[in-house]
Design a protein around this ligand. Structure first.
Ligand code: 9L3
Ligand code: MG
Length: 130
């Protein structure tokens, strides 16, 4: 089973969302940033590497939040809490980033603006933000 790790980056009570630029099915939708865990890499290390690559930030990964979400038969998506310890997120692959509170996150979910896989974590994330 391969894994994709996504970061629930929370700072000053706000959650970091990144707007996907690809593939076409999800381009324009917002996600918790991250990517595939490579062979021999821990989830935490993979998340720290992905957020450095994608957003130019140093983060420290923490606990898993929510459930694992199946993406394909052999691929599961997991979310880890993450704290920024250096830098300011500047997208290299994403179209944009934004910081949201619980209310804005719920509104985005209701408007279908979240990547479907990540919308599964709405209640877990909203709880962390309130
Ligand atoms: N994915 C879904 N939600 C997320 C992330 C980071 C990724 N929060 C899905 C999109 C792709 C796959 O996982 O199908 C691999 O992600 P990426 O390497 O394209 O970011
Ligand atoms: Mg990615």
């Amino acid at each position: 089973m391969r894994e994709v790790v996504a970061g629930a980056v929370i700072s000053n009570g706000l959650l970091l969302l990144a707007q996907r630029s690809y593939p076409p099915e999800v381009a324009g939708l917002w996600e918790l940033p991250g990517g595939k865990v490579e062979e021999g890499e821990t989830r935490a290390r993979a998340l720290e590497r992905e957020l450095a690559e994608e957003l130019g930030v140093d983060v420290v990964a923490g606990e898993q939040i929510g459930v694992g979400v199946p993406l394909k038969a052999d691929l599961v998506l997991v979310a880890l809490l993450a704290t920024v310890v250096g830098g300011n997120p500047e997208p290299t692959e994403h179209t944009a980033v934004r910081w949201v509170g619980a209310g804005a996150l719920r509104q985005m979910a209701a408007d279908g603006e979240l990547v479907p896989a990540d919308a599964v974590w709405l209640e877990d994330l909203a709880e962390l933000l309130t």
